[in-house]
Each structure stands twice: as C-alpha cells, then as structure tokens.
Design a protein around this ligand. Structure first.
Ligand SMILES: [Zn+2]
Ligand SMILES: [Zn+2]
Length: 154
C-alpha cells in the first residue's frame, strides 16, 4: 500500500489489524486507499478500499472491520445480504459498530485553510478550493490553500 503523506491515520496499524483478521477468518483481501469522498470505505469481492479522508486511526480500523465483515460474509459464507443478520454478527464479532456503510459525511473531508499572502489574514477552513475566492480582509486574490489535515508520515 503506497504511503500518502496526507493521510490522517496510520496505515501500518490498519495493515497489522488486517493481518490479524486474515489469520482469524482465513479470507485474503487486497487493501487499497482510495479517493472516496462520500463514504469511509467499500468492498467488492476480495478488494477493500478505505477512504483517504478518514480522520483517525479508530475510524480507519472500524471501517476495515466493517468491510472485512462484508468480505467474509461474501467469500466464506456466500452471502451478499448487505447489512443483514450474518453481516451484523460478523461485524460485532470483529468489534465494528454494526451499522450500515456511511452515506453520511466523512469526519475529515480534507479541509483547506486559505491564507492571504498579501495581508496574512487566515480564513475559516473549507472543503474545496475556489478559483474566485478573495481575501475577506483586503480583497486580494493571492490566497495560499494549505491543507488542515496534519501529516503523519514525513
Ligand atoms: Zn457495509
Ligand atoms: Zn488579505
């Protein structure tokens, strides 16, 4: 798994946890970090994707367990019943909160904090860069868009 310096969670602990799950359930999966902005993760066959916008280790592990429970239900028990009884039992057993995949907002869609290079004014962080944005203090368009998410790998 390639290391991305903007991830807010530790991929090493996610991989260790996956290793432990694999030993326990015997289902091998491929783990990818993907540009998922509207959900924490997903699963298709033996491929599990985690959103690169997950904001904490706890959220990453919970998402991994959630998706791994889908993989075990599908590949070991031939069940594609979504968040049905089998999945809920597996997810609970793995320690995931047994709730359906998030369509809700991610905890940390990457926020940008525009700082004005003309007057130094700092603005409230926002999710997306805007080309027409101007400094609230001096109306300059010279904004420096810095990511708010702190880096773990450097
Ligand atoms: Zn799910
Ligand atoms: Zn300014």
């Amino acid at each position: 798994m390639p290391i991305d310096e903007h991830l807010a969670f530790d991929t090493t602990s996610v991989e260790l946890h996956l290793h432990w799950l694999t030993l326990r359930y015997g289902i091998e999966v491929r783990l990818l970090i993907a540009d998922l902005r509207s959900r924490y993760g997903d699963q298709k066959g033996d491929r599990i994707r985690l959103s690169r916008y997950i904001s904490s280790d706890a959220q990453a592990i919970d998402t991994l367990r959630h998706e791994y429970a889908h993989a075990v239900a599908e590949l070991k028990h031939r069940s594609k019943a979504g968040h049905g009884r089998l999945w809920r039992r597996l997810a609970t057993e793995m320690g995931a909160r047994p709730r359906s995949c998030g369509q809700g907002p991610l905890l940390a869609v990457p926020l940008l904090e525009p700082a004005c290079t003309a007057c130094g004014h700092k603005h409230t962080p926002i999710a997306r860069r805007s080309r027409r944005a101007r400094c609230r203090a001096c109306r300059s368009s010279r904004l420096d868009w810095r990511p708010v998410v702190t880096t773990r790998f450097s």
